[in-house]
Design a protein around this ligand. Structure first.
Ligand code: GLN
Length: 452
């Protein structure tokens, strides 16, 4: 009975879309057999993981949080989830998420909101962050040992910060995108979410690696990330980007940031101020590029190839497209498709999309210049702790602003991690972000380890 009530309490978070305990059990039994047979154990033997619903999983419904993919049971497995499986892990289920990974609060899912296991001061329900909110909530509530997430503009880091866990977005190209439902292909990256930096290092080691099926996959060896965790930052220079001290940054976030800098100093790092002058353009740039790519990627949901089909009696092909897409997509996804098609349209392409691509290059160069003075950057993950459900739902701009510290590293393709860094006055977790040079996940993880 105690077990059942714990399961029911877990289910109230709505973190899972589909539960597959039989797959987790099979992995555990395989591990038991290996132990009994005296075989060498696989690196993740029997470890129960949750998989974000953006990953296609063979034979298991994969919806990307959208009604348009209801009933879609892929005949293939994403490279990342296949690698975790090959390393011995078992899948407990698919994790809820914002529809097509668009959102920062997990309130746009066709499967309903996800609840943060942390409660507000007045016991109010809080959002778990997004879009990987099922992953963050399930990991924080110990409903799985670790989870996959994806991060296009903060979707691993911000939910990790909101729930007091760790999450790393590796360098663009480290993890294969093959079999992950596309949102904005030049930004999308998979990464692990777990309760400790060490767990993230171990999981990332199994998820990363070259995949010929993803043309942007990096053909490089995967370092031993766990071995990099010494906690020693002797000789490292950590940059504090001065433009991130945006006007009106809440005092609790500014305090957290200086405490984090002190901790890194104690671990041997030198703290230096650096400048990323184009920071203020990152958010508008992201909210042009991401919807542009999304509008193109989402054109494939036509009612023919996947999931939902609405074909009105006596209607033609166009009627079917319209009916399917009207019924299948939620409001936020439609908003992005409209913005995306607008900025890509012949009349506005130069003014918006092309301009945004140029600014993206300037943002990348800001980071390149900063590396002349430092090895890593320290910043807050988000401008607030987890907010109440419903708080920003009617105000897309307020919702987008929550990504302000996350999107620059996404636009530059750099590895970035959120690590829990203490509680605010209301007893809610806050996260600090470490951003590294391209391919320096080891440096990022080690600095995270020093902060933890
Ligand atoms: N919150 C951002 C958005 O809505 C980032 C999402 C993500 O990283 N997938 O686009």
């Amino acid at each position: 009975a105690a077990h059942n009530s714990a399961v029911e309490a877990g289910r109230e978070l709505n973190a899972y879309t589909v539960e597959t305990p039989e797959l987790a059990l099979a992995a555990a039994e395989a591990a038991d057999r290996a132990i009994a047979g005296g075989e060498e154990l696989k690196p993740l033997a029997g470890i129960p993981l949750g998989i974000k619903d953006l990953f296609c999983t063979e034979g298991v419904e994969s919806t990307a949080g959208s009604n348009i993919l209801r009933g879609f049971h892929p005949q293939y497995e994403s490279t990342v989830s296949a690698k975790l499986k090959a390393a011995g892990a078992g899948m407990l289920g698919k994790l809820n998420m914002d529809e097509f990974a668009m959102g920062s609060s997990n309130e746009t899912s066709a499967w309903g909101n996800v609840v943060n296991p942390w409660r507000g001061k007045g016991n109010e329900a809080l959002v778990p962050g997004g879009s990987s909110g099922g992953s963050s909530s399930a990991v924080a509530a110990k409903l799985c040992a670790g989870a996959t997430g994806t991060d296009t503009g903060g979707s691993i880091r911000q939910p990790a910060a909101f729930t007091g866990i760790c999450g790393i977005k590796p360098t663009y190209g480290r993890c294969s995108r093959w079999g992950i439902v596309s949102f904005a292909s030049s930004l999308d990256q998979a990464g692990p979410m777990a309760r400790t930096v060490t767990d993230c290092a171990i999981l990332l080691g199994e998820m990363a690696g070259f995949d010929p099926k993803d043309s942007t996959s990096l053909d490089l060896p995967v370092p031993d990330f766990e071995a990099a965790l010494t906690g020693d930052l002797q000789g490292k220079r950590v940059g504090i980007p001065k433009e991130y001290t945006i006007e009106g940054i809440p005092a609790e976030i500014a305090d957290l940031w200086s405490r984090g800098a002190e901790m890194l100093k104690d671990a041997g790092a030198e703290i230096v101020e650096v400048s990323l002058p184009h920071t203020k353009y990152a958010l508008p740039t992201y909210y042009i590029i991401a919807p542009a790519e999304a509008s193109s990627n989402l054109a494939r949901y036509d009612g023919v190839r996947y999931g939902l089909r609405e074909a009105p009696e006596g209607g033609n092909l166009i009627d079917m497209y319209e009916a399917t897409r009207s019924a299948g997509f939620g409001d936020e996804v439609k908003r992005r498709i409209m913005i995306g098609t607008y900025v890509l349209s012949a009349g506005y392409y130069d003014a918006y999309y092309l301009k945004a691509q140029k600014v993206r290059t300037l943002i990348q160069r800001d980071f390149d210049n900063a590396w002349a003075d430092c090895d890593l950057l320290l910043a807050p993950t988000a401008p607030s702790a987890a907010f109440a459900a419903g708080d920003k739902l009617d105000d897309p701009i307020a919702m987008y602003l929550n990504d302000v510290f996350c999107v620059p590293a996404s636009l530059a393709g750099l590895p970035a991690m959120s690590v829990p860094a203490g509680l605010n006055a209301d007893g809610l977790p806050l996260g600090l972000q470490l951003i590294g040079k391209a391919l320096d996940e080891e440096g990022v993880l080690n600095a995270g380890f020093a902060l933890e």
